[in-house]
Design a binder for this molecule. Structure first.
Ligand SMILES: [Zn+2]
Length: 240
């Protein structure tokens, strides 16, 4: 007599990410990252052994992280309304927003526990977002400059230029050929330690272009807690 096979669900750990594995009567392995929280779900054939599934999923870890970031950014863009008492993050801390509509030129400022957003009368969400982002950009530039200088000296490297961009799936990137570095604007919302980790990571690329064992050894040497901050950046959604 044949025993009818049912589905079997288990959780496997991929670095700091939990993936839900459902084994059922299918031929191929499927992996997907689901909105809104970026849960990882894997469907696998019943007979496939767990280790094989894990190895496959680990080989996709980079892609999984990018998808998670992309999904979370989308969710964030959809949920921010830029209204009074809405929570916004700056340098790892939460602040309440206070929107003031007036006729002066738009700007944002931080006073005690609140971010004041001065916008023209009748400004829409898009306008408010751009005023706040402009402020984030100025603040981030202020925090990044001394960090880049500090780590240029420590690592004995020189950065040709750096810029701050909106990026969907990465916290930073480095083009070693031109020694130029790009930082994600969202870093303005993260703690200085997380920002410093990204600065060190991108500058270490000027010594070692790929994420190989030499790269990891350099990170361990210069910023021993880097794994902790990487986890913090990857485990929290952009907007908590
Ligand atoms: Zn890198």
């Amino acid at each position: 007599m044949r025993i009818k096979q049912k589905r079997k669900t288990t959780i496997i750990k991929l670095d700091d990410i939990n993936a839900e594995v459902t084994q059922k009567k299918i031929k191929n392995l499927h992996l997907r990252v689901c909105p809104p929280a970026g849960h990882v779900r894997i469907s696998a054939p019943f007979r496939m052994n767990q280790e094989k599934i894990r190895v496959f999923a680990l080989s996709k870890l980079c892609w999984i992280r990018k998808q998670r970031q992309r999904i979370r950014n989308q969710v964030c863009e959809l949920t921010d309304k830029y209204i009074d008492q809405e929570t916004h993050y700056f340098r790892g801390k939460s602040y309440q927003l206070k929107v003031l509509e007036n006729n002066c030129s738009p700007f944002a400022e931080l006073i005690e526990k609140k971010i004041f957003l001065h916008v023209p009368l009748g400004a829409d969400t898009k306008k408010k977002r751009s005023v706040l982002n402009e402020w984030y950009r100025e603040q981030l530039m202020e925090s990044i400059l001394p960090l880049v200088k500090k780590w240029e000296i420590k690592l004995n490297v020189s950065v040709e230029r750096f810029s701050i961009r909106h990026m969907k799936s990465r916290w930073g990137s480095c083009t070693t050929k031109t020694r130029s570095i790009r930082f994600n604007l969202e870093l303005a919302k993260k703690s200085i330690e997380c920002l410093e980790y990204i600065v060190v990571h991108e500058l270490v690329h000027l010594l070692e272009a790929s994420h190989n064992s030499r790269f990891k050894a350099l990170m361990n040497q210069f910023y021993p807690n880097w794994k902790h901050y990487r986890k913090e950046l990857h485990s929290l959604p952009i907007k908590v």
